[in-house]
Design a protein around this ligand. Structure first.
Ligand SMILES: *Cc1c(COP(=O)(O)O)cnc(C)c1O
Length: 447
């Protein structure tokens, strides 16, 4: 396992009764934490300052946007800034083709449209993902098949994909959740064996790499999001990358009312199309933001690895593991599991409250998607009942249980990517906050 956190044996070497307090360059205020109360019980905050604000912007963005405004070329059919972005993103990812679109959802929707995924088809998705991954399947009246997750990595359990394949399966849609690559070797192997294409939902995974290749270039295509929370941000926006020229052309047409972008290809193609075009303003923001992306990615990576080293030493805290094939995670989320057994049975909700009070913003992440009413109601949808029949929809409901995911959704804790743009001291203080909460877990449970 690469990125194995260096084992700082601080908790084992450092008895809580006192002793030395300086570890591997980071000074934890252990003794102080024994005295200091958790912030939620009236003590001082472990992280009193603010984390960096998001997004980061400046003159580059201002000038770029003003230029578009003054040019009066606001749409991609008028100007060439979206095309400039596409060329730069191609270069950055090593893909042969890139298409900017209006959102990450649009990137997925366009890809499914080009593949002609429709009623009667099945698409395999991980259950631990943003709802958009599910939505694009249902928008096409196809059947989403949930695959359970690998508790240690938070990623789709690639060994369970094959069991969900049947003769209707048309697409495997893995997600690089949190910006860390799913097990692409195992996924591509199943894909090859059953001749089912792989579309990577890389909406959280800008610049992430599997064995030195950028994600989105391993399956036949990859979808990215530039929605405002994402590591590359134009408010809204998205892109598809691919090495397949036919697919790239068809994707352009689909997102442009089924029309091509040059004279020879400007007639209608295929049978469906819509408008999911990116604006020149979005293109301009992306060009500006991309000049910051690699430095930000390096900083997130450095901080995340350092933080994992610290957190791995706290009993009951398990940072999401990276697969051996991961050469780069984009750390859109910093994810770990919280085991209350190691925290005097303190419920996760109380842990989240206490951690927030320490000045460390955090959340419990996704709920159990397969158990949401929104999702379960699909089995009652009249179109689905007409298309698939009552029996299949009942079987679908029953087969969608994902016990590993149930456990993950109860244990997960997330930090947002912009916290990883902070300093080493910020990371120390995050670890300190969690350490302090653990030290006082008994009091926190009682209060
Ligand atoms: C953000 C996201 C999307 C959708 O992207 P939008 O730009 O918000 O439409 C899809 N899948 C995943 C995993 C995402 O995180």
């Amino acid at each position: 396992m690469i990125h194995q956190p260096d084992r700082r044996k601080f908790l084992s070497t450092l008895s809580l009764a006192g002793a030395s307090v300086t570890l591997a360059g980071s000074t934890f205020a252990y003794i102080q934490n024994k005295v200091n109360k958790p912030a939620i019980l009236g003590g001082p905050k472990a992280h009193p300052d603010q984390f960096p604000a998001w997004p980061v912007s400046g003159k580059r963005e201002e000038n770029g946007l003003a230029e578009i405004l003054q040019s009066k070329k606001w749409g991609r059919l008028n100007g060439n800034t979206v095309a400039e972005f596409e060329n730069k993103y191609k270069e950055m990812t090593g893909a042969k083709h890139c298409l900017g679109v209006s959102s990450g959802t649009s990137a997925l929707y366009t890809s499914l449209g080009v593949l002609d995924i429709g009623p009667g088809d099945e698409v395999i998705i991980p259950v631990y993902t943003f709802i958009a991954t599910y939505n694009v399947v249902v928008l096409n009246y196809a059947l989403p098949r949930f695959v359970d997750i690998d508790l240690e990595s938070f990623q789709i359990d690639a060994s369970k994909i094959e069991g969900s394949i049947n003769r209707n399966t048309k697409l495997i849609l893995p997600v690089h959740i949190g910006g860390s690559p799913a097990d692409m070797d195992a996924i591509m192997e199943v894909s090859g064996k059953h001749h089912i294409p792989v579309l990577e939902d890389a909406c959280q995974a800008h610049l992430a790499e599997w064995k030195g290749k950028k994600v989105g270039t391993i399956g036949f295509a990859g979808a990215f999001s530039f929605q405002s929370s994402k590591n590359l941000n134009s408010g809204e926006g998205g892109a598809i990358i691919t090495n397949d020229e036919m697919f790239a052309k068809d994707a352009f047409n689909f997102h442009n009312q089924s029309r091509g972008n040059d004279d020879e290809n400007s007639t209608y193609s295929s049978t469906r199309g819509t408008n999911l075009r990116m604006t020149e303003f979005q293109g301009s923001l992306l060009v500006s933001q991309m000049s910051r992306l690699e430095d930000q990615a390096d900083l997130r990576s450095k901080n995340a690895q350092y933080l994992s080293g610290l957190l791995s030493e706290i009993p009951g805290i398990y940072p999401a593991k990276l697969y051996p094939g991961v050469t780069k995670s984009s750390y859109h989320l910093y994810m770990f599991r919280y085991d209350k057994n190691e925290f005097a049975e303190m419920p996760r909700s109380r842990f989240l409250e206490a951690l927030s009070a320490e000045g460390v913003p955090c959340s419990g992440g996704y709920g159990m998607m397969n158990k949401e009413n929104y999702v379960q109601n699909l089995a009652k949808n009249r179109h689905y009942l007409n298309l698939y029949g009552k029996e299949t929809m009942q079987e679908w409901l029953e087969s969608s249980s994902c016990p590993q995911n149930d456990q993950l959704c109860e244990q997960a804790v997330w930090f947002g990517q912009s916290m990883l743009l902070g300093t080493k001291k910020d990371m120390d203080q995050i670890a300190e906050a969690i350490f302090k909460i653990r030290t006082h877990a008994g009091d926190l449970v009682k209060s």
